[in-house]
Design a protein around this ligand. Structure first.
Ligand code: KPL
Length: 308
């Protein structure tokens, strides 16, 4: 089976690198030229508590250089999903499937509109990883990869992806409730990402500073109420699960904090922003998520103005 990781940022590199190390034919695609150059000249450098390893990888900025593949691991930022769904066209042939492990709401719907729901698998990852420079990532916490078919069937392709991911050490588990998985992860992101970006702290700090802890709790509780109103089956105790992730990825720089620091667009709109919009739809008050959303939007404008 031939794979492409479309959007080989921090998480995409981790998945692509571990798949390559396990012998999978995989291409890492990213539009950042310095990053791709570093990857192709020096390999992917993974720093972890156990030590640093270097994995040789196949990489490019141009999907047309790769050509059609069997599986596209779709890892672009949620803001780029619509444009990337189109630009992935050179990778697609009859039978190609997409697996999105992206954060936030709306990604698998965009892919399904563009390529047909029968091609799409979706899920979440709980690995904690950040990009520390071109071609370099830091693995702050090992996690799991939970994913499934949109219609909940246990298909042969799902089971063979689970096997491939297991050999690569990506701790996979097949799920029959993809929407529940996406919401479980969404609630964690709603509690951690905006707060760590605004306070400019690593994930674990949210548990050490009481006002931040109570904001985390309030943001997740609002999102839980919205999930219930929308009849989404989420796992129990989302506040405790969010705190457990903040602890296990304690030293990690959340993806939103990384984006804000680099003056890039954040995923606030598909996280806390999506909760606010759905709260309006279902008449559930979401004042904490609304404030977090506004603050991240303001800080993004300030950070982008500084970088330009
Ligand atoms: O998914 C994450 C992210 O940074 O986007 C968490 C779970 C918060 C880990 O950093």
């Amino acid at each position: 089976m031939r794979f492409a990781v479309y959007g080989a940022g921090a998480m995409g590199c981790l998945y692509g690198g571990l798949l390559a190390k396990s012998g999978v034919d995989v291409f890492l695609i990213n539009r950042w030229e310095d990053h791709v150059q570093a990857l192709s000249e020096r390999g992917l450098v993974i720093e972890a508590v156990e030590g640093t390893e270097v994995i040789p990888v196949q990489t490019t900025t141009r999907p047309e250089e790769v050509g059609p593949v069997d599986v596209i691991l779709f890892m672009v930022k949620s803001n780029d999903t619509a444009s990337a769904a189109l630009s992935a066209a050179p990778l697609v042939k009859a039978g190609t499937c997409f697996l999105t492990l992206q954060n936030g709401l709306g990604n698998h719907e965009v892919l399904a509109d563009q390529w047909g729901p029968e091609r799409i698998l979706a899920g979440t990852t709980s690995f904690g990883v950040s990009l520390t420079g071109p071609g370099r990532i830091r693995l702050a916490g090992r996690g799991h990869t939970l994913f499934g078919e949109l219609d909940g069937r246990m298909t042969p392709r799902l089971l063979s992806l689970v096997e491939i991911f297991a050999r690569a050490g990506l701790a996979p588990e097949a799920s029959q409730n993809v929407l529940g998985l996406i919401w479980d992860k969404l609630l964690i992101n709603v509690g951690i990402n905006a707060l760590t970006a605004i306070a400019d702290v690593p994930n674990g700090k949210l548990l050490e500073v009481p006002p931040l802890t109570s904001l985390l709790e309030a943001a997740v509780q609002e999102a839980e109420a919205v999930a219930q109103a929308a009849h989404i089956t989420i796992s129990p105790q989302p506040v405790n699960r969010t705190k457990a992730v903040a602890l296990s990825t304690g030293k990690n720089i959340s993806s939103m904090r990384q984006d804000l620091r680099r003056g890039r667009m954040t995923e606030i709109d598909v996280m806390n922003g999506a909760i606010v919009r759905l709260g309006q739809k279902y008449n559930i008050p979401t004042p904490v998520n609304a404030t977090l959303t506004r603050l991240v939007e303001a800080l993004t404008l300030i950070s982008r103005a500084r970088q330009s």
